[in-house]
Design a protein around this ligand. Structure first.
Ligand code: ADP
Ligand code: MG
Length: 317
């Protein structure tokens, strides 16, 4: 089915869904001019981040467009959450092999549903022809940013919810292995609908000294907190909360998936000793897995023995 031309496409799928002007959302002027005009919330810093998802690298080329949109926006929102920023605006650079009305309709629905859920609005973008790729830039506002560099020696290291589901999901998503219908559902949720941890960071943000979202794997990403904070970390992998989908792969494989697999978008964060009691009072879905040390590097033990990952995380180059 032949789709609309560039300008009809922007009008029909994006401009019609997101209002051109919305002063309450800080949008003086949205989609349609050379630039959007945006009004930052007084007294806050703007937090901005961009992520590209390339077909065949970050999602299967024939994936459901609704899900591609969900994943593309959610992984970007996750960066805002990890920084303790509230979502405001995003832009979308869309490269499409062809103009396909059915594909665009589903993609736009995924984008609108996700944007509404997280209270963020589309204010501009770019539309080009080429191999399918989606670039989203998000902007949020923060009064108390959580940097990677803020961890102190002796701070406890926490992770949110559980790890390993998205890495365990990948072979199911790619159709390389078959699972039960419950496992297929868990895989779909983990891979295409990762949950940006806004609610959690709103509660623990005041206590944390450093944070990031786990996109490349716990050990690789905790390594970023370590190097930014000029410290190391000791992790007891016996404490690691492992997702049910990963557990189904058996103990050793599950550990690999949870410690080194990527794409979960859970938070890894550090909390000074003096805040432990107040944090515990909140009864959040978080687990302490180790602590920050003066020695550089991330060291893992399991059952009291040193443990080495087969790989630490995904790198493009
Ligand atoms: P220009 O040539 O000035 O860059 P464009 O023709 O690329 O403008 O875009 C026209 C308007 O439509 C701009 O306001 C731009 O932000 C918006 N736009 C283009 N593509 C998208 C998209 N995929 N999503 C949202 N807005 C878009
Ligand atoms: Mg343009």
């Amino acid at each position: 089915m032949a789709g609309p031309g560039e300008f009809e496409l922007i009008q029909e799928y994006f401009l019609s869904q997101f209002s051109g002007s919305d002063p309450a959302a800080g949008v003086e002027l949205g989609i349609g001019d050379d630039c959007a005009l945006l009004i930052p919330p007084p007294g806050k810093m703007l937090a901005t981040s961009v992520d590209t998802l390339v077909a065949g690298v970050h999602f299967p080329a024939d994936a459901d467009p609704y899900r591609i949109a969900s994943r593309a926006l959610r992984v970007n929102l996750s960066d805002l959450a990890a920084m303790n920023a509230e979502p405001l605006w995003f832009t979308l650079a869309l490269t499409l092999p062809q103009s396909d009305a059915a594909w665009l309709d589903s993609f736009a629905r995924g984008l609108v549903d996700t944007a509404r859920q997280f209270n963020i609005t589309l204010v501009g973008g770019d539309t080009t022809k080429g191999p399918l790729s989606i670039t989203i830039q998000v902007t949020g506002a923060t009064g108390q940013p959580l940097r990677r560099s803020g961890a102190g020696e002796g701070d406890l290291v926490y992770v949110s919810h559980s790890l390993g589901a998205a890495a365990a999901a990948l072979p199911l998503i790619l159709g390389e292995t078959a699972g039960s219908s419950e496992q297929q559902q868990q895989a779909d949720a983990a891979y295409y609908f990762p949950e940006p941890q806004f609610e959690l960071v709103r509660q623990m943000g005041v206590f944390a000294s450093a944070a990031l979202d786990i996109s490349d794997g716990l050990l690789a990403d905790l390594g970023h907190i370590c190097s930014a904070s000029q410290l190391g970390a000791e992790i007891d992998l016996g404490q690691l909360p492992i997702a049910a989908l990963a557990q189904a792969a058996g103990t050793e494989r599950a550990l690999q998936l949870a410690a080194a697999g990527g794409d979960d978008y859970q938070l890894c964060f550090t909390v000074p000793e003096r805040h432990q009691a107040a944090l515990a009072q909140l009864q959040l879905p978080i687990t302490a897995i180790g602590k920050m040390t003066a020695d550089n590097g991330v060291r893992c033990t399991y059952g009291g023995q040193p443990w080495l990952p087969q790989q630490t995380g995904y790198q493009h180059f």
